[in-house]
Design a protein around this ligand. Structure first.
Ligand code: MG
Length: 243
């Protein structure tokens, strides 16, 4: 049943007719991705090269405690992790894999996520033959926009995100420019300079009414599923100060 994966009591997303997490919203078209790519370019800040979590902090700013082995890190229930460095406009590359052994369904299957500024989530999920609400599928701007297509590889396979993030800007309390996201999933365009409605929410819509910092950490979500990450690098697109 379509409504078994979503909600019908949530707000309508502006500019359309779909509700947040609408169970009836059409599923993204499935596209099979091509080959591999993605080594760090010379000007990248390498956030994870497979060896350690020195660039990351865990819950409450303590040491990041995800498992590191065989060139990848793995979610282990110790909480979200965040980069020590902060970034504004940036290009981010990372690779991820959901568990080879499939468990759970909908939002409970291989759920993690990549948060830019610690606020805007690009969903990580096993979306290979796993129906969920479209705006919560892999490569969605969570709760706002499904990916243009479903470019998912199967469970256990390495997948890539290449994300171009443009931070919002305000003049006082007046929004000058909203957050814009371009996302490639396995090399396939999932979002083309899509403007976010606001920071990510769950069963609700955020907005830009409260200005927030225009730099922040990259945050990876611990949603209780043992999702793996490797080869994470980032390039600053403007000369924001680190903090
Ligand atoms: Mg998530």
């Amino acid at each position: 049943m379509a409504d078994s994966v979503g909600y019908s009591d949530t707000p309508v997303i502006p500019g359309g007719t779909w509700r947040v997490h609408d169970g009836d919203r059409p599923q993204p078209r499935v596209v099979t991705p091509g080959g591999d790519a993605g080594g760090p370019p010379s000007d990248a800040v390498v956030l994870f090269d497979g060896s350690d979590l020195d660039q990351w902090t865990g819950r409450d700013g303590g040491a990041a405690a995800w498992k590191v082995e065989n060139g990848y890190m793995e979610v282990n229930g110790s909480g979200d992790i965040s980069t020590r460095a902060h970034f504004g406009d940036c290009q981010l590359h990372l690779e991820w894999a959901t568990p080879e052994e499939v468990a759970g369904d909908s939002q409970g299957r291989g759920n993690s996520g990549v948060f830019l500024l610690g606020l805007y989530e690009i969903q990580v999920l096993d979306s290979f033959n796993n129906r969920t609400y479209a705006d919560g599928s892999a490569a969605s701007i969570y709760g706002q926009y499904p990916p243009l297509v479903n470019a998912s590889r199967g469970p256990g396979q390495w997948q890539s995100y290449d994300i171009v993030f443009e931070a919002p800007s305000w003049d006082g309390d007046r929004l000058v420019k909203g957050t814009h996201l371009t996302v490639l999933h396995n090399g396939i365009v999932a979002h083309h300079r899509q403007e976010a409605v606001g920071p990510t929410g769950h069963r609700d819509l955020a907005n830009y009414d409260s200005p927030h910092a225009v730099t922040g950490p990259v945050q990876l979500q611990d949603h209780g599923n043992p999702v793996r990450y490797r080869n994470i690098w980032i390039r600053r697109l403007t000369a924001y100060d680190e903090s």
